[in-house]
Design a protein around this ligand. Structure first.
Ligand SMILES: [Zn+2]
Length: 42
């Protein structure tokens, strides 16, 4: 599985790359768009 990427805004758990694109919190299931997270990386 891909490296964790950021944290969930709902529960604070780590996010993982989703097979269909973007990222997902494995704890609560919230999905995030890749572009949404990448803008915060810098
Ligand atoms: Zn979560």
């Amino acid at each position: 599985m891909a490296q964790p990427y950021g944290r969930c805004e709902d529960c604070g758990e780590r996010l993982y790359a989703h097979i269909e694109g973007g990222y997902q919190c494995l704890n609560c299931g919230r999905r995030y768009a890749a572009a949404d997270l990448e803008t915060r990386t810098a």
